[in-house]
Write a protein that binds this ligand. Structure first.
Ligand code: ZN
Length: 157
């Protein structure tokens, strides 16, 4: 068996844009490094730390549009009992779904405009975004395995 020295396809290294959950700078990372606990080039904090990112009007669009991985946003409010019940489940889901999916939270009391723009009528509501667009939503609290299962179904994983 001999290796014929013909030509070799040059595999372009697949890169992903990821928005830092701490300073919101967009980082570009090789896809195969996402699971290696990458750190932000600017603030040096962990890009994934198993916690949902708290979004505001100042950071929401950037996370929706600049992340090359799907983004799951939990629309919630402090006075909402089911939201508070789901909070630890959402934390747990973050630790399971990272680094394939970014999890984030939006306080609908503080950011009523964003909530209205997305037609949120009841909370908790989760919206799954990919490539800057909503691909699915789910209203009502779920347990951690329910959240993970729902997301994986939507993403065909
Ligand atoms: Zn950062």
């Amino acid at each position: 068996m001999k290796d014929f020295p013909g030509q070799t396809e040059l595999m372009p290294m697949s890169k992903k844009q990821l928005v830092c959950p701490h300073c919101h700078t967009t980082n570009v990372l090789p896809e195969d490094r996402l699971a290696d606990q990458p750190r932000c080039g600017k603030c040096h904090e962990a890009i994934f730390d198993a916690h949902p990112v708290e979004l505001t009007a100042a950071t929401f669009d950037r996370h929706v549009k600049r992340n090359d991985i799907p983004l799951l946003v939990d629309f919630w409010a402090p006075w909402c009992g089911p939201c508070r019940t789901m909070a630890p489940a959402f934390e747990e889901a973050a630790s399971i779904l990272e680094p394939g999916v970014r999890l984030a939270k939006l306080n609908t009391d503080d950011e009523q405009m964003i909530s209205a723009n997305h037609g949120i009528r009841s909370i908790p509501t989760m919206i799954l975004f990919r490539d800057g667009k909503e691909i699915a939503r789910q209203s009502g609290a779920l347990m951690a395995n329910g959240i993970v299962g729902w997301v994986r179904t939507q993403l065909d994983q």
